[in-house]
Design a protein around this ligand. Structure first.
Ligand SMILES: [Zn+2]
Length: 340
């Protein structure tokens, strides 16, 4: 028990005998009176709150500017609860709270801090979650039907993905597979919730995560997984048009290098890497190869440079084919994003 605060009379670091034994993430004691088990009404998981009217009590707690960190609110009915604070940028703190199976339908949760909270199978249907924080919270089976999701902070990844990556690193592959499945489900739920309210940018982001989780479930080096990775690299599963452009630029440079090594004809000489020539001349020829690569990729084919050797012809033919497909792909992905 910590009875020696380093500086200042911070009373929250002392535990009066009749106070709850819960300490928050900053090491402060809960200031509520204890019950039979040494914990207060809010922190005692043994107090069944499912049949009680805790809504108004919690609203009052929030109005008084107190914290709800670590509250045990499993299965509580908080229909339409108001947990918004006016005149402060700090939202109500429900970090580390257990809200498993809680009913938060239509709740007003502007700026509420749900970091590390469990919202497993909780209902957030039609709730207002603007600017709420869900970093590292459990969102497995959480309902997001018609939920307001403006400027919600989700963190980099959902918790199940973190667990999956940890298990993967520890080589616990069966465990990792289960977590990847769960993470995929969480992202799918979030994506559907976002789509329902018309947050298409957000939905696209969740869809991308969903597909990455799906890919991680596939056996390493299997054809499905390799193809899925390629799809992600080229189009970001149809969500990232910029990746098509990046892919095109990469191909153009790679093909230019290939032409530079095998040689093409044009400008009255063979355009090819020649170590016997000056650096500037070689650079000039590489520039010609880049030009030829762009003209081939875009299937313009002016004919001022021509591939003579069978290998150069093979490169030019495949580049033209990939180029035509890539350009159509870019238009499809770009238009699909914009037309939502
Ligand atoms: Zn307490």
């Amino acid at each position: 028990m910590n009875n020696s605060p380093q500086a200042g009379p911070d009373l929250s670091r002392f535990k009066p005998l009749d106070h709850c034994a819960f300490t928050d993430s900053k090491g402060h004691y809960c200031q509520e009176r204890l019950g039979r088990t040494g914990l207060c009404f809010w922190h005692d998981p043994l107090v069944d709150k499912t049949h009680m009217e805790v809504k108004s009590l919690l609203e009052q707690h929030c109005r008084e500017g107190k914290s709800g960190e670590g509250f045990k609110l499993r299965g509580v009915n908080l229909l339409d609860v108001h947990l918004e604070r006016s005149g402060t940028r700090m939202g109500f703190n429900l970090s580390y709270a257990d809200l498993t199976h809680a009913n938060l339908h239509g709740a007003h949760l502007f700026r509420v801090n749900f970091r590390h909270a469990s919202l497993h199978k909780a209902s957030l249907n039609k709730a207002n979650l603007n600017r709420a924080n869900f970093e590292h919270s459990t969102l497995l089976g959480t309902e997001f039907g018609g939920t307001h999701l403006e400027h919600v902070h989700w963190g980099e990844r959902v918790l199940q993905e973190d667990y999956a990556r940890e298990s993967q690193r520890a080589n616990k592959l069966t465990e990792a597979l289960t977590y990847f499945e769960e993470a995929e489900e969480v992202y799918r739920n979030l994506r559907r919730g976002a789509e329902e309210r018309g947050y298409f940018e957000l939905a696209g982001d969740f869809f991308h995560h969903e597909m990455v989780m799906n890919r991680n479930k596939k056996p390493l080096l299997s054809l499905v997984r390799v193809f899925s990775k390629f799809e992600d690299f080229v189009t970001g599963y149809g969500e990232k048009p910029s990746r098509v452009l990046r892919f095109a630029a990469l191909l153009i440079v790679c093909y230019a290098l290939a032409y530079f090594f095998v040689g093409i004809h044009g400008d009255g000489h063979e355009v090819v890497l020649d170590s016997a020539r000056a650096l500037l001349e070689n650079l000039g020829d590489f520039g010609r190869c880049v030009y030829f690569s762009i003209v081939t990729f875009t299937t313009l084919g002016y004919g001022d440079f021509i591939p003579i050797s069978p290998l150069a012809r093979f490169f030019a033919a495949t580049e033209a084919l990939i180029g035509a497909i890539s350009m159509s792909l870019f238009i499809v992905v770009f238009v699909r994003k914009r037309m939502r």
